[in-house]
Design a protein around this ligand. Structure first.
Ligand SMILES: *Cc1c(COP(=O)(O)O)cnc(C)c1O
Length: 413
């Protein structure tokens, strides 16, 4: 058969799709009909239901995870010239929020087994200016939190978790979002409800913490720095009087979004279990092939399976290496060709992530070179994320597997 002519399925399988049904529509309609379109009772209900789910004392709903991380860093008092340790293997948001303060993101390389920050390298990155660590639970597999908390306590650092991929998921005995074992650590966890995340509100985010001061500061700063329950000022028990205590932001969640969130929250664990089944099928199909490396799991944690991060062994694909590479991304040629071949077979795929230190802004601002974080660079070049979402049917999963086996057969050796 001619290269690129193989049809696995008639219609294109998107890389990601939200899982919504009548309940979202019902609750959004309720919000609209109630007259509370912006922050109101539905947002409060979503906040309580969410914090109950992950066993946190305080939860503040906002309009993105980026906003959540910005507020959390503001609440811990991050200042210009401070340093924040994080992984280069993440989305733009994780480091840009540090730059909002004119503070400096200090990247620490990842582990090759699971793309999470290599905790063994953290201590040597700490200086007198270090204020916080932002671990990213990449793909939904928790980072080594206990080790991170130990370091944070020893050096008096805050820990702000980027849990954009990590809901709902258990780390050892506790849910991601729960407080650390030691109450000496300044700590907050930030979740994302972006359209393609494990639960969605369209756009949205949540800050969870057990620290009353962080919670109070985030709540005030999320709505213009207005002192007390600003959202209540138009209710019967509210008052027209308010005080601005700081120049805050406009980061509040709307009741329309919270309606979607409440519907999503009710089926979050069911959706996670469906993704886990899909991951099991992929791993079963690919684990024995020398061409591919399946993602690792941990016995002591759950995996939220927000992403299925497959890796190619490029040496095993001589047939792909020789194809022209029209995509940017230089030496990831085999991976780029692999994604194009998936597309020819009507399967969507993506790459997570282009490490931050490779992007022009971070390269130019800090003089980073690709090899500065060699594991992140090397693993990025061979990473392909496969579709994994609860709306996928068993046949969809079969199609992804068939397409990959077909590519391996046609181009592998
Ligand atoms: C999506 C994402 C974010 C940002 O989430 P928003 O809700 O879109 O602001 C942050 N970190 C990671 C790792 C993400 O994937």
């Amino acid at each position: 058969m001619k290269i690129g002519s193989r049809k696995i399925r008639e219609t294109y399988l998107p890389f990601a799709l939200p899982d919504t049904d009548g309940t979202e529509i019902e609750l959004v309609t309720e919000s609209i009909q109630s007259g509370w379109l912006t922050t109101g009772p539905k947002t409060k209900q979503f906040e309580s239901a969410f914090k109950k789910n992950i066993h946190a004392e305080y939860s503040i709903a906002v309009n993105s995870c980026t906003a959540a991380m910005h507020l959390a860093l503001e609440a811990i008092g991050l200042k210009a010239e401070d340093e924040v340790i994080t992984s280069p293997y993440t989305f733009a948001a994780t480091a840009e929020v540090v730059r909002y303060f004119n503070a400096k993101p200090i990247f620490v390389d990842i582990r090759s087994n699971d793309f999470n920050i290599n905790v063994d390298l953290i201590e040597s990155a700490i200086t007198s200016r270090t204020r916080a660590i932002i671990p990213v639970h990449i793909a939904g597999l928790p980072a080594d939190l206990d080790a991170i908390f130990t370091i944070a306590e020893k050096y008096n650092l805050a820990v702000i978790e980027d849990a954009a991929h990590a809901f709902p998921v258990r780390y050892r005995e506790r849910m991601i979002g729960s407080p650390p074992p030691s109450s000496n650590i300044m700590h907050a966890v930030c979740f994302s409800f972006y359209a393609t995340k494990t639960i969605t509100t369209g756009e949205g985010g949540m800050i969870c913490t057990n620290n009353e001061e962080i919670a109070e500061r985030c709540r005030v700063m999320a709505l213009h720095g207005i002192s007390k329950d600003a959202w209540k000022r138009y209710t019967a028990e509210g008052s027209w009087y308010y005080e601005i205590v700081a120049p805050g932001f406009k980061y509040n969640m709307t009741d329309i979004a919270a309606g979607i969130g409440l519907a999503q929250l009710a089926k979050a664990e069911q959706m996670r279990q469906r993704r886990q089944k899909i991951a099991q099928r992929y791993t079963q199909a690919f684990a024995s092939l020398p061409h591919l490396q399946t993602p690792s799991d941990r016995d002591d944690c759950q995996h939220a399976w927000h992403l299925y991060m497959l890796r190619l062994n490029p040496d095993r694909f001589p047939g792909l290496a020789s194809l022209p590479n029209p995509d940017k991304g230089g030496d990831g040629g085999v991976r780029a060709a692999f994604i194009r071949e998936l597309k020819v077979r009507n399967i969507g795929a993506s790459v997570h992530f282009i490490p931050l230190h490779l992007h022009p802004y971070y390269r130019e601002t800090y003089g980073h070179r690709p090899e500065d974080f060699p594991v992140a660079y090397r693993e990025y070049l061979r990473e392909v994320s496969l579709p994994i979402y609860s709306k996928m049917s068993d046949d969809d999963v079969t199609d992804v597997i068939s397409a990959i086996l077909d590519i391996v057969e046609q181009f592998g050796e």
